[in-house]
Design a protein around this ligand. Structure first.
Ligand code: PMP
Ligand code: GLU
Length: 400
């Protein structure tokens, strides 16, 4: 008999992590691989944020902290939500975890009973359905249409809401599509949610600062203040401040929920690293002007990759409004045959072929519950992106 629980048997490993691990092991064997499979900025954490961490070590901030995070960080988060989102929270209504990832998990574990449904538009981040299953709930995917820019419509949402729905998970800008819900899109969804007063909303705003051109970021609790009493807003320093490895995420929401999430955390990981928390205080309270430079660098890379990908026969993509991913349609490559005589029957086959033949790691769309696509992260240098796209182009040209 297997040692594994029934619950875990239904949970798939993260595809973003799997492709990145495979790329690392091929590199260790001496192969040259460009990793465009993991969504993390390639910039260094700004020096003054690093300095705050070094000072925290020297000041002896190396012990356990409060489960919800040090007060200075929670105050900085309250300040951030007020300044950037117009959201008012008390210090007790915010909490800190090991990345936004853990806060999403804590929220689901704290609230789901067997049979509870959690709905989310797809394509969605790889971890949403699996976390829901780990927490004992049932994931319900609502396919958002490519023709609609991968934005879920109010009617598509309404069709899936029912008495079993506990949460709607929203992620804008979206991983993997880069779709950004406008204020108007969110108002339309809020109108539907008003008819379902028992449904809670989880707004994953981790890519908030990565929106390009005239596109404006909007978040549900600010757009529909009457729904704030049943909205959890999750964010973190990973993507905005190039701090993925520090593992600091945060959330703001109703006190009862935040307390329950703290109970989950207090009985599992306790809190994120004390030193990282001090660095995050500096990130949130310090100079923010460099965010514009990061954003501009990402915008240039997005335009570069969109141009190069659309020049590859069999691949096509729209220009995403946010995040740092291009979600390319690869359906025209399916059933083509590799030089080794193998037919590409799925987006996974395409991703594996690109890994082996082009030396480029991307993530198959099926990991995001969207077959027939590949996700290319453009959080890499322009030189690497150009080399990677040329190698993909050459590999695709070898298919017959
Ligand atoms: N949400 C989405 C949509 C993401 O892409 C990520 C990236 N890992 C996260 C949450 C979690 O980020 P982190 O745990 O690094 O804060
Ligand atoms: N969110 C990033 C991604 O999708 C980081 C990896 C992960 O946590 O899944 O690539």
């Amino acid at each position: 008999m297997s040692i594994l629980s029934r619950k875990l048997s239904a949970v798939k490993p993260s595809q973003t992590k799997a492709m990145t691990t495979l790329a690392e092991s091929l590199r260790a064997e001496g192969k040259s691989i460009i990793t465009l499979s993991q969504g993390e900025p390639d910039f260094d954490t700004p020096a003054w944020i690093n300095q705050a961490a070094i000072e925290a070590i020297h000041a002896g901030h190396t012990r356990y902290t409060a489960v919800a995070g040090i007060t200075a960080l929670r105050e900085a988060i309250v300040g951030k939500f007020k300044r950037e989102n117009g959201l008012a929270f008390s210090v007790d209504q915010v909490t800190v975890g090991c990345g936004a990832k853990q806060l999403l998990y804590n929220a689901l574990v704290a609230t789901l009973d067997e049979g509870d449904e959690v709905i989310f538009p797809t394509p969605c981040w790889v971890s949403y359905p699996e976390m829901v299953k780990l927490a004992g709930g049932t994931p319900i995917a609502v396919p958002a249409r490519a023709e609609n820019g991968f934005i879920m419509s109010p009617d598509e949402l309404r069709a899936e809401l029912n008495a079993k729905t506990k949460w709607l998970m929203l992620n804008s800008p979206s991983n993997p599509t880069g779709a950004v819900y406008s204020q108007r899109d969110l108002e339309a969804l809020a109108d539907v949610l008003r008819d379902f007063p028992d449904v809670w909303i989880l707004s994953d705003d981790i890519y908030e600062h990565l929106v390009y051109g005239d596109v404006e970021f909007a978040t549900l609790a600010a757009v529909a203040p009457d729904l704030a009493a049943r909205t959890l807003t999750v964010n973190g320093v990973s993507k905005a401040y190039a701090m993925t490895g520090w593992r600091v995420g945060y959330a703001g929401g109703p006190l009862e929920l935040i307390k329950a999430m703290n109970t989950v955390q207090g009985q599992s990981t306790s809190h994120t690293c004390s030193i990282s928390q001090h660095a995050a205080v500096e990130a949130l309270n310090g100079d923010q002007s460099f965010l514009d430079d990061f954003r501009e660098a990402f915008r240039k890379r997005r335009d570069l990759v969109v141009g190069l990908v659309n020049a590859i026969p069999g691949l096509s993509c729209d220009t995403p409004d946010g995040a740092f991913y291009v979600f390319a349609d690869c359906r025209a490559l399916l059933h083509k045959v590799t030089p080794a005589g193998e037919a590409l029957e799925s987006d996974m086959d395409v991703a594996m072929y690109l890994m082996e033949e082009a030396g480029v790691a991307v993530v198959p769309g099926s990991g995001f519950l969207a077959d027939g696509f590949i996700r290319i992260s453009y959080a890499a240098s322009a030189a690497e992106l150009s080399t990677a796209c040329s190698a993909i182009h050459a590999a695709v040209n070898k298919l017959t």
